[in-house]
Ligand binder design. Structure first.
Ligand code: F6P
Length: 321
């Protein structure tokens, strides 16, 4: 009987549990023994493995977070750490490992396959949506909905008080949360890590809004933007003579019950990972493109680069005029 492992790694994302459930139950259906590895690569190094059964993943589909727990492992990127992880897998005769995580986690999986011959399947799980080979990552949709809910609430009070609000969202290198929530939440401006911020343009947009009778101005700033938020607030307060409030959404964005889209993507990715292992296909990254579930070589997947959607970026400005 084939033995496989599954782990979640990096920042947690709503829908990771749905992916774990699909891997476990579809794997068992295909006569595999499935082992859950705790705390991502940390548990792989520590030998923290647990055999999972159908009932082990009961009642988790609708839960945010990850029942396998997660970590950002510094040890795993050392030669010794990775060798220990591979040795633990080999000792248990686990040849295939499903890794659910973001860019760093899937890169770790790729190196593990190259250096130690473990067959890896990468499933994209990160609210940042920073894996370019896939249109969407598990958790992104739920996080956007959380941000939209916050924007709606903040807009109410901003209008009542005629204030400008800066909402800081997650995204260190990838501004997708800011961009997608900005355009669907009706923000006046979005500040993205991929595009140099023009503070003068932000001032002009806010001032024009006030001049045209807008009661509020919403600016969505991704956390990775290299602009001092205090300086931005000070500049806007001084130049527009309107009060400016800052709301940092932080970890609120990482929790919550996964949306339909995230459960679906997670479930389909988990099923595809098992199908590929069952067919003896090695080292793939799974994702979604143009509404279809896809898989491609994990190395090729990690080389993919995606430019910011400039139509959406301009759209934020045009639609909030
Ligand atoms: O998972 C990605 C992310 O949410 C980033 O947007 C954020 O900067 C980071 O995780 C925070 O990570 P940690 O949980 O390690 O503080």
């Amino acid at each position: 009987m084939k033995r496989i492992g599954v782990l979640t790694s990096g920042g947690d994302a709503p829908g990771m549990n749905a992916a774990v459930r699909a891997v476990v139950r579809y794997g068992i259906y295909h006569d595999m023994e499935v082992y859950g590895i705790k705390r991502g690569y940390e548990g792989l190094i520590d030998g923290d493995f647990e055999r999972l059964y159908r009932r082990s993943v009961g009642d988790i589909l609708q839960r945010g977070g990850t029942v396998l727990k997660t970590a950002r492992s510094k040890q795993f990127i050392t030669e010794e750490g990775m060798a220990k992880a591979a040795a633990n897998l080999k000792e248990l005769k686990i040849e295939d490992l499903v890794v659910i995580g973001g860019n760093g986690s899937l890169t770790g999986a790729k190196i593990l396959s190259e250096k130690h011959g473990i067959n890896v399947m990468g499933i994209p799980g990160t609210i940042d949506n920073d894996l370019a080979y896939t249109d969407y990552c598990i958790g992104f949709d739920t996080a956007i909905n959380t941000v939209l809910d916050a924007i709606t609430r903040i807009r109410d009070t901003s209008s009542s008080h005629e204030r400008t609000s800066i909402i800081e969202v997650m995204g260190r290198n990838c501004g997708d949360i800011a961009l997608y929530a900005g355009i669907t939440g009706g923000a006046e401006c979005v500040l993205l890590p991929e595009i140099d911020s023009d503070l003068d343009a932000v001032y002009k947009k806010v001032a024009e809004g006030i001049g045209s009778g807008k009661l509020h101005n919403i600016i969505i700033k991704a956390e990775g933007v290299g602009v001092e938020t205090d300086a931005l607030i000070k500049m806007l307060r001084e130049r527009t003579e309107r009060d400016v409030k800052l709301v940092v959404l932080s970890y609120l964005q990482r929790g919550g019950s996964p949306s339909f889209r995230d459960r679906m993507l997670a479930t389909q990715c988990g099923m595809r990972a098992i199908e590929l292992i069952n067919r003896g296909v090695d080292n793939r990254a799974i994702g979604e493109r143009d509404g279809q579930i896809i898989d491609l070589d994990i190395g090729e997947a990690l080389e993919a680069r995606r430019a910011v959607d400039l139509d959406l970026y301009k759209g934020v400005d045009i639609l909030s005029m």
